[in-house]
Design a protein around this ligand. Structure first.
Ligand code: ADP
Ligand code: ADP
Length: 226
């Protein structure tokens, strides 16, 4: 998957909550799109519909131009990174990063090479034998990113990946994430409530409020508007 298009996408949860209200959004090939808005405005729900973890109530999600509403998550070339890292606590760093390759049936030698490449790129090559419980927050987030990129997904979905980190690490990882996704040329949809992240990382920002997409544009377009 390299492009995403949402056409009039609406999500009403069983509870009656209208979480996403007729959203239209295009993410271009290789673009870093930031979905920005306050807590509860529907950002994660949009992301989860792109990942296939939620189905739209109405409207259409297109991946690479193909209608994907019913496509299961495993058939989307998508990797997700969450705020809480979601690492497997009983597996080493190396095995955490290798996990998706194992699911994909890659043989051990090739897994080792790919893990070493990714860990090197993220500066965590020297902690592959540790368990997640022995890592700092920044190291955990790097492991989570390593696990996400190791399968070379075509689409990268990130949900507040920096929210649980202190401000020094946040700025370091902001630069790292932007650098890495651009180096990989991977299309990215990045959810945050943090304006600084939007300003410094985005090619374009989509501003969401109460389920509605209010504005889409480059940071200077969006912040330059009245
Ligand atoms: P954000 O990511 O912007 O914080 P969410 O997409 O998580 O917002 O949530 C949007 C709205 O939908 C909120 O009112 C939230 O409480 C509600 N919501 C999210 N997930 C569910 C769910 N599984 N069931 C019912 N309501 C939900
Ligand atoms: P997925 O459906 O995410 O591809 P699985 O079906 O293997 O993966 O697992 C479902 C969920 O269970 C995963 O999202 C993960 O949070 C958790 N999980 C899977 N394997 C492990 C593990 N070895 N240790 C801890 N949690 C795991």
């Amino acid at each position: 998957v390299t492009t995403v298009a949402l056409k009039d996408v609406t999500k009403v949860f069983r509870t009656g909550t209208l979480a996403v209200d007729r959203v239209n959004l295009d993410v271009d090939d290789g673009e870093f799109m930031v979905l920005l808005g306050p807590s509860g405005c529907g950002k994660s729900t949009v992301l989860r519909m792109v990942a296939g973890l939620e189905e739209p109530s109405s409207g259409a999600v297109f991946l690479n131009g193909e209608l994907a509403n019913d496509l299961p998550p495993r058939d989307r070339s998508v990797a997700m990174v969450f705020q809480d890292f979601a690492l497997y606590p009983h597996l080493s760093v190396g095995d955490n990063i290798a996990f998706p390759l194992r699911l994909a049936g890659l043989e051990p030698g090739r897994r080792g090479e790919r893990v070493a490449d990714v860990a090197g790129a993220l500066g965590i090559g020297d902690i592959l034998d540790r368990r997640p419980g022995q890592l700092s927050g920044g190291q955990r987030q790097r492991v989570a990113m390593g696990r996400a990129i190791v399968r070379r997904p075509e689409l990268f979905l990130m949900d507040e990946p920096l929210s649980n980190l202190d401000s020094g690490l946040r700025s370091e990882l902001r630069a790292e994430i932007s650098g890495l996704t651009r180096e990989l040329g991977v299309t990215t949809l990045y959810v945050t409530h943090d304006q600084t992240e939007a300003l410094t990382m985005a090619d374009r920002v989509a501003i969401m409020r109460k389920g509605i997409l209010q504005d889409v544009g480059t940071p200077s377009q969006v912040y330059g508007r009245p």
